[in-house]
Design a protein around this ligand. Structure first.
Ligand code: FE2
Length: 238
């Protein structure tokens, strides 16, 4: 265990944004991670009450030096949900503190359209880019399928997967930008290099566990049961 590694998994509606009905029903996880020695920390998917998340990290004597967006959906980075319902997120966070927002290059246009943030606010990344938070190295994996520029974070034996992969199931592919075949390639190829010992930390609490090793996830999650592309597509067609 690396004691220098700072890590918090925070459930919207329970650990922050308490009393927010949308947050409570959506069951999103935000994450804070960083280097306890340098005090640098980043927030992953800071939606609903970004100011509370900043305050929580600050109370831990850490500084928020950046944000990573796993994908553009408003329950992760803020913006307007169906109808007129607005969720606070990166735009509100940037009004409080000036930090880079790290997004996958192919997600940038979607992020701007959904949140109204400018090009200047975004730092674009490609597959396998390394992001240093103090001395903590985060590898960003491009994992399209749920959205074109979805990305997962690989850090200190953990995979923060956004809506790409849940403990049970995976992200929907029927929203704009979703691609069922890309999701198959992500699960069967792009995430292959992630070891069974790596612990999955998803973007939503959709299972009894909040986190689980990839070995257990691969053994029990039906999305890993398809043996071919044809089998996968047939599974989604039914
Ligand atoms: Fe999503």
């Amino acid at each position: 265990m690396n004691e220098q590694f700072y890590f918090r998994q925070l459930l919207a509606g329970r650990d922050f944004a308490v009393g927010d009905d949308v947050a409570t029903s959506m069951r999103n996880f935000s994450y804070a991670l960083g280097d306890r020695e340098t005090g640098d920390a980043i927030l992953v998917d800071p939606a609903y009450r970004p100011s509370e998340l900043v305050d929580m990290v600050t109370a831990d004597e850490m500084n928020v030096v950046g944000v990573v967006a796993t994908h553009f959906h408003p329950d992760h980075i803020g913006g307007t949900l169906t109808g007129d319902q607005h969720i606070a997120g990166i735009a509100e966070l940037l009004a409080l503190i000036e930090v880079p927002v790290h997004v996958q290059a192919e997600e940038a246009e979607w992020v701007k359209a959904r949140t109204g943030v400018s090009d200047d606010a975004l730092t674009l990344h490609h597959d396998r880019d390394q992001l240093d938070v103090g001395t903590v190295a985060v590898t960003l994996l491009h994992t399209p399928g749920h959205t074109p520029g979805s990305q997962c974070l690989l850090v200190e034996g953990r995979l923060l997967s956004g809506d790409t992969l849940f403990i049970d199931g995976c992200g929907r592919t029927d929203f704009p930008g979703g691609d069922t075949l890309e999701m198959y390639r992500t699960l069967s190829e792009r995430l292959n290099a992630v070891s069974d010992e790596t612990v999955l930390f998803p973007g939503h609490l959709y299972a009894p566990e909040s986190f689980l090793s990839m070995g257990h996830v691969r053994a029990r999650n039906y999305v890993f049961s398809a043996k071919s592309q044809e089998e996968w597509l047939a599974m989604f067609a039914s």
